[in-house]
Design a protein around this ligand. Sequence first.
Ligand SMILES: Cc1cc2nc3c(=O)[nH]c(=O)nc-3n(C[C@H](O)[C@H](O)[C@H](O)COP(=O)(O)OP(=O)(O)OC[C@H]3O[C@@H](n4cnc5c(N)ncnc54)[C@H](O)[C@@H]3O)c2cc1C
Length: 292
Amino acid sequence: MQALAKAELTNDPLERNKHLTFVVVGAGPTGVELAGAIGEMSRFTLSKDFRHIDSKQARIILIEAGSRILPMFSEQLSSRVMRDLDQLGVQAWMNSRVSEVSENGVETSGETISASTPLWAAGIKASPLGRESNISCDRVGRIEVEKDLSLESHSEVFVAGDQCRFADEQGRALPSVAPVAVQQGKHFAKMIRADLDDKPRSDFEYHDKGQMATIGRSRAIAETGKLKLTGFSAWMAWLLVHIYFLTGFRNRLFVIISWAWSFLTFRRGARLILNKDWESFSANDNQKDQAA
Ligand SMILES: Cc1cc2nc3c(=O)[nH]c(=O)nc-3n(C[C@H](O)[C@H](O)[C@H](O)COP(=O)(O)OP(=O)(O)OC[C@H]3O[C@@H](n4cnc5c(N)ncnc54)[C@H](O)[C@@H]3O)c2cc1C
């Protein structure tokens, strides 16, 4: 919203283009959802809010180092998402590796994209706690654990979730997603109980129930076993799953009503920009206007 408001206020065409360019780095589920949401906002939700700019002209570039978006989904779903993103005005650049992100924009494979809003969706680092404790960690700082989720050097210490590197039978690390964290949390609670009851510990096993990603306001993809859903039906499945996992009837009801309201009205609540950077930006702009 700040970028669009800055584009609205400036008279410099190069500055305006910079503010109207959004670069999302990484085309996993987070990057795809983010790019789709910006496409939806600029094309529909905010399109009538500005007088000097056409927010539909916003350029949204999704950059991916690999050869296709959503590599964890099947190729069929990945190409369907490419089409959906295209309809929302998102350009997907494959085989492009971002080498630098600065306040001027993003550098990729010898090209500089002038953009005031670069968004990083190419993965996170774990908390430095593991490295600081001199425990064996992987490249992104996740702590390597034994099969029961305990530390090799301290069997009374367990690690779960994004902080944990657990290798599956093929030696691949489990992804840093909520279902892994939830299942690991439950597992180590069981292990603590087993210790208290003097029973043997068991190995952790991850049950992958499938994966989903949304694209804009009414499209998604979902894959569980051989079942593949796309479009509106996948989006409905996404809504149901997310509402089901909320705790308490009151929360579920509140979220259903609030989502239904946003969906039907295209409204996104109060659109207020409340931070110090913005105060100084708009103050400078007012001074320029007065001087002019
Ligand atoms: C943008 C984004 C989108 C995502 N979308 C999805 C999705 O759609 N589906 C999905 O399954 N997963 C998604 N994930 C991943 C998911 O959020 C994580 O895998 C999950 O939250 C991991 O749970 P956790 O409990 O291990 O860590 P967290 O949920 O990160 O909780 C860790 C907590 O520990 C606190 N903490 C950190 N260091 C310390 C310290 N030294 N002392 C005390 N407290 C500390 C943190 O503040 C935090 O509250 C997404 C992640 C991101 C960043």
